[in-house]
Ligand binder design. Structure first.
Ligand code: F6R
Length: 612
């Protein structure tokens, strides 16, 4: 998804903008560009493809010339309106080249605005919605950059995170947001603006998160914050404790592998200080729910997308089994457009690694609007969902850079289990059962460590099946969402067609697709439902499908029913989703590697999906 960087300060402007863009590469993009302002002149360089192609276009002579500038903006674009091409890449300018704009988001009424401006003599060069912005700013300009940008933004419908420079104001940057994140990094005599703190943390740990409809003027190192109606606003300076080094690969071939391997630590961080061993409960103070609030909840709706949705599906089992609370899991995109029924006592849980997913954020806003109590389970500190819900739980998983979500999923499931325990203990769950569960939760990092120790064995299985064109993943109960998540991991990074199915549903249609070329991965761990899944595995073998079982260590019996086995340590049904999904993450990783795929940045995908 698109990324923004803007800088004013003493560092080399080209190096700083390019460094920022590289740190945003993980988000996924298809073209990139920069604009540098020097002596009332804006110069742009754009290129299709990777940031490296942009770097290759900047000759040493150009770099020397451009480096005289002290202010610049830069962008990685993920195409929405118009193909990936140089004219469509940002920054966009008005025809007099007085205003340059980078923009994340979508301008819904751009076609009308464009028509109007063409009528006034403006000439457009791209197919993008963004290009209307510099023209509109030019149209509104009466000598004050901030006022012109604010006036232009008032005319557009849609979402934006923007940074603007102007040849008329050689020391100013204007930035603003609505529905698309903007963070201002406040350094010593320098300011770096970005759509994501990854581009900022190596320069400063002091940041200001803009709220929707905030607009800021950065003039040298002074920051003037207002809302779009020109009323001054104040925003706290937050301190970010992410270690810049933790966003690097740390010796692993891919971020995804690094993130799979760091799950024991990530989960330990997610549970640290959140369990009360003597009361047998989860603490999770960020939920901000009193004992009375906890018992007043009579229904939970979980809204999320993709992998976070699958974590929510595991959560549904937790809340029903441990807390007796009827729970529904909703695709956030559906929740926002249906007319969800929210009664007093309905508790909405939005799960999002990035905290910025457009559909999940819209679901949160819809729920808040309907008066519901809404909490977030998010990883990125200070992102929009936790700020808007004002209550919730951070994962503390550290930055997740690989596009395919891994450690966020396991930490989400761990947090959901602690949350269900907390709700359960406020109801009929006994102290003794609570204490036993706390002990099980504390074992999770070790369970995951044991699976990771078998990575080489999983790699062998992966190599055997890497050329399959289709795959089925089947599971039941707590392992049904895990099967779906396993299939998602495989399809997104290896481009192998994979379907996650409830094991019992297979015979209601998809079984027609099975033959010797279609392997079936069956979640056959030793938990309730195992006998039934063995029956389903036999159904698959009868159709000649090779069967891979994920099974509990020591379960020799399973060898009779499977061609290959991936072992997971013995554990209860509550914790089993976590080590089991780690085995599937490794399987997908090694299949994708064997197929030579771009693992950290799969085609067509973006790390955070900030458009509908
Ligand atoms: C899959 C994946 C996506 C995200 C989804 C939601 O590996 O990463 O399916 O889970 O786009 O993103 P968040 O959790 O940031 O809301």
């Amino acid at each position: 998804m698109c990324g923004i960087v803007a800088y004013t300060g003493k560092r080399n402007i080209i190096d700083t903008l390019i460094d920022g863009l590289r740190r945003l590469e993980y988000r996924g993009y298809d073209s990139a560009g920069i604009a540098v302002l020097d002596k009332n002149k804006i110069t742009t360089v754009k290129s299709v493809g990777k940031v490296q192609s942009l770097v290759d276009k900047i000759t040493p002579a150009m770099k020397k010339e451009l480096s005289k500038g002290k202010i610049g903006i830069a962008h990685t674009r993920w195409a929405t309106h118009g193909i990936p091409s140089e004219p469509n890449a940002h920054p966009h300018l008005d025809e007099k080249c007085r205003f340059a704009v980078v923009h994340n988001g979508i301008i819904e009424n751009y076609a009308l605005i464009k028509e109007h401006l063409i009528g006034k003599g403006h000439k457009f060069l791209s197919e993008t919605d963004t290009e209307v912005l510099p023209h509109l700013i030019d149209d509104c300009y009466e000598g004050d950059l901030l006022q012109a940008v604010a006036a232009a933004l008032k005319k557009i419908n849609g979402t934006f995170g923007i940074a603007v420079i102007s040849s008329e104001h050689p020391e100013q940057i204007v930035t603003a947001r609505k529905g698309s994140p903007i963070v201002i990094g406040v350094g010593e005599n320098e300011t770096i603006i970005a759509s994501d703190i990854s581009a900022i943390i190596s320069y400063t740990d002091k940041v200001i998160f803009l709220n929707d409809n905030d607009i800021a003027l950065i003039d040298k190192d002074k920051i003037d914050l207002r809302n779009i109606d020109n009323v001054p606003v104040s925003r706290e300076i937050a301190h970010i404790d992410w270690d810049p080094g933790s966003a690097e690969k740390g010796g692993f071939e891919h971020f995804m592998l690094k993130e799979i391997f760091e799950q024991p630590d990530a989960i330990a961080n997610a549970i640290r200080g959140r369990l009360d061993e003597s009361l047998g409960t989860g603490t999770l103070s960020g939920l901000n729910l009193s004992a009375h609030d906890l018992v007043s909840v009579n229904r939970i709706i979980i809204a999320a997308c993709g992998t976070s949705l699958h974590a929510g599906m595991v959560g549904e089992y937790f809340f029903e089994d441990l807390a007796d609370i009827p729970t529904e899991v909703e695709q956030a995109a559906e929740f926002r457009y249906r007319n969800p029924i929210i009664n007093p006592g309905t508790f909405i849980l939005a799960i999002s690694q990035s905290g910025e997913t457009a559909d999940t954020l819209a679901a949160v806003r819809e729920a808040i609007q309907k008066g519901a109590t809404v909490a977030g389970i998010c990883n990125v500190v200070g992102s929009t969902i936790p700020r808007e819900t004002g209550r919730g739980v951070y994962l503390h998983a550290g930055p997740e850079i690989g596009v395919a979500s891994t450690k966020a999923f396991t930490c989400q499931v761990a947090v959901l289990l602690m949350m269900a325990l907390k709700f359960g203990r406020s109801r009929r769950l006994s102290r003794q059962t609570g204490i036993e569960l706390v002990a099980e939760i504390k074992r999770i990092p070790d369970l995951v460590r044991k699976v990771i120790a078998t990575a080489k064995d999983i790699e062998k299985v992966a190599k055997k099946y890497a050329q399959a064109k289709d795959f089925f993943f089947i599971g039941r109960g707590y392992l049904y969402p895990v099967a779906i998540e396993g299939a998602l991991k495989l399809k997104e990074i290896s481009y192998v067609h994979a379907e996650g199915y409830h094991a019992a549903e297979l015979k209601h249609g998809p079984i027609a697709l099975l033959d010797e070329n279609v392997p079936v991965l069956a979640m056959a761990n030793n938990i309730p439902g195992k006998d039934k899944i063995i029956g389903n595995m036999q159904e698959c073998k009868a159709r000649k499908s090779p069967v891979i079982a994920v099974a509990t260590e020591g379960d020799e019996e399973i060898r009779k029913h499977a061609d290959d086995i991936i072992w997971v340590p013995e554990c209860s049904q509550y914790t089993v989703p976590i080590p089991s999904v780690v085995a599937l993450q490794l399987l997908s990783y090694y299949i994708a590697k064997e197929r030579g795929c771009s693992i950290d940045q799969p085609r067509n995908l973006a790390k955070s999906v900030t458009v509908e």
